[in-house]
Design a protein around this ligand. Structure first.
Ligand code: SF4
Ligand code: MG
Length: 334
């Protein structure tokens, strides 16, 4: 399979009170052509920093180091700003959680989509408007000719996110990075937007990196999952393996805290405790103070990603102890 994106040993550092710390601390993964991967974890685990690092959007004094970040035939670590800008919004697009902040309130939505095409392509203005209207139609916006003339505040949150998706799709990207694209929306709209993204991904054959704190979202659209905790990947594998046979106690906790069907939305089973700050990482497993399985070894040494099977890896000492396969198949039990 062809890899669209390859990331090896990504470390992104920031400075706080004269101390340098890695918010992302040695992350490696890849995305195949036409594949959707989910990057999951609570906020503060390094998911957004990972995507911003790939896109060259970390501001100084933040610093991105990696053994490799390659996109198609480009080494993204070596590209200058100009070349990076050409890739961004063209071959790689991004959408974010809050569409209102990404849209300019004083311009009509049609003009904003047109502008995003014009940045990357020479298109005659007579053709441009039709292309925008086609895009609005493609993302399921009713009465596109009328909506072309709307200002962002005249649209609902769900419709604004559809406009953002239209902008992201305007130049036919090969990779779409979506950071919590449905988190600000209510549940029914969430499902519709996810459905739209899935349709576009399939019909265009593009690759997608979906960042979310919600494993439920991942189960709807992703092929593979990367679970992040405190700057590291703690588990990765195919979505069905991760959901049905989670090995890492953190993944199990995330699954247990999903609302069950037919149950009220209350999170009955959340994971007690908090993600530790990068300034307080010790030498052992960073999940140790929230883990009910913690052993002496866990406090001494950080577990590397261990093979659970040929298709699943987990960074937990229990996987080593149990030879990898028999550990806890009970769905979502922490
Ligand atoms: Fe828990 Fe130890 Fe596994 Fe960390 S390594 S998740 S503390 S059992
Ligand atoms: Mg985030």
């Amino acid at each position: 399979e062809n890899k669209v994106l390859e990331v090896e040993n990504l470390r992104t550092s920031f400075i706080s009170n004269k101390k340098t710390f890695n918010a992302v601390d040695g992350v490696s993964f890849h995305i195949n052509e036409g594949e959707t991967i989910g990057v999951v974890g609570e906020s503060g685990c390094g998911k957004s920093v990972t995507s911003l690092s790939i896109m060259g959007l970390i501001k100084r004094p933040g610093e991105v180091n990696a053994d490799k970040i390659s996109f198609q035939d480009n080494n993204l670590l070596k590209l200058n700003k100009e070349k990076m800008r050409k890739i961004r919004g063209n071959r790689i697009s991004m959408i974010f959680q809050e569409p209102m902040t990404s849209l300019n309130p004083v311009y009509r939505v049609g003009e904003q989509i047109a502008e995003s095409i014009r940045i990357h392509e020479k298109v005659r203005s007579s053709k441009l408007k039709n292309r925008v209207i086609d895009l609005l139609e493609m993302v399921g916006i009713p009465r596109p000719k009328e909506v072309y003339r709307y200002y962002p505040h005249q649209l609902s949150g769900g419709m604004r996110q559809r406009v953002m998706i239209a902008i992201a799709m305007a130049c036919n990207p090969d990779l779409l990075i979506a950071d919590e694209p449905t988190t600000a929306l209510d549940v029914t709209i969430q499902a519709q937007i996810l459905e739209l993204m899935k349709e576009l991904q399939e019909s265009r054959g593009m690759s997608m990196m979906l960042i979310t704190h919600d494993l439920g979202v991942v189960s709807e659209v992703c092929d593979r999952v990367v679970v992040m905790y405190a700057g590291k990947i703690v588990e990765t594998g195919k979505v069905e393996n991760i959901l049905n046979h989670p090995q890492h106690p953190y993944t199990k906790g995330l699954i247990a805290s999903l609302p069950k069907k037919g149950q009220n939305n209350g999170r009955l089973n959340y994971i007690p405790g908090q993600v530790p700050s990068p300034l307080n990482w010790g030498k052992g497993c960073r999940f140790a103070d929230r883990c009910t399985y913690v052993m002496d070894k866990c406090l001494e040494k950080i577990p590397p990603l261990l093979d659970v099977s040929s298709e699943q890896q987990s960074a937990c000492w229990l996987c080593e102890e149990k030879g990898g396969s028999s550990f806890a198949n009970e769905r979502g039990k922490v």
